[in-house]
Ligand binder design. Structure first.
Ligand code: GAR
Length: 206
């Protein structure tokens, strides 16, 4: 059977990518990581990729701070198309992807966000949750659309906010939940169990 190929994009330490890669290597996730791309030359995600013998590549993002410039975006698209990926997994990719990227891969780009969306979109969502004073937060896996953290929700996991939490302890517990949720959602998509009807997404049992 043709392998279900993932392209993973990240800018940071790569703990989600490592969890997904390890699930693929152990056979728990029926997927193959075809490419790991980063906009940060020394990102941990590229080190995690090379440690596992995966193809990792830095693509210079261009002149903007929060998005890719046109040339860089075209190179990301080309690289993923050449690798023939079935699903693009954003794992801590900190530049906004809109227009041409989303158009090039319709319904094929997913993201993980460290809050229970639609609460706390944007940066440092765990800090936003602490400042607001919520008692429960978590993480969300969603399809990427033209907005910011606004696409249809595939899966969520809750994480309690403890009285003694700091930004670091809360983010660490959210990331622990992410490492379970993301492979679970990818498995559901790769095995054809996810059905999208507008904003409503249902997942058939395995
Ligand atoms: C994750 O916590 C992810 O939810 C967050 O970046 C972290 C990346 O960690 N993403 C966002 O905030 C996107 N808005 P990792 O590099 O260890 O996977």
């Amino acid at each position: 059977m043709k392998p279900f190929k993932l392209g993973i994009l990240g800018s940071g330490k790569g703990s989600n990518m490592a969890a997904i890669a390890d699930a693929c290597l152990s056979g728990a996730l029926p997927c193959q990581i075809a490419q790991v791309l980063s906009d940060v030359p020394d990102a941990g995600i590229l080190k995690h990729a090379s440690d596992r013998g995966l193809t990792g590549r830095f693509i210079p993002p261009g002149k903007f701070r929060t998005k890719l410039d046109e040339e860089a975006e075209a190179e990301f698209i080309r690289s993923l198309q050449d690798a023939g990926v079935d699903l693009i997994v954003l794992a801590g990719f900190m530049r906004i992807l809109k227009g041409p990227f989303i158009t090039a891969f319709p319904n094929k780009v997913i993201n993980i966000h460290p809050s229970l969306l639609p609460s706390f979109p944007g940066l440092e969502a765990w800090n936003q949750a602490l400042s607001y004073g919520v008692k429960v937060t978590g993480c969300t896996v969603h399809y990427v659309d033209q907005g910011i953290d606004s696409g249809p929700i595939i899966g969520q996991a809750t994480v309690p906010v403890l009285d003694q939490d700091t930004a670091e302890t809360l983010h660490a517990r959210i990331q622990q939940a992410e490492r379970q949720l993301y492979p679970d959602c990818i498995r559901a998509i790769a095995t054809g169990r996810v059905e999208v009807t507008g904003r409503r997404i249902t997942t058939k049992p395995a």
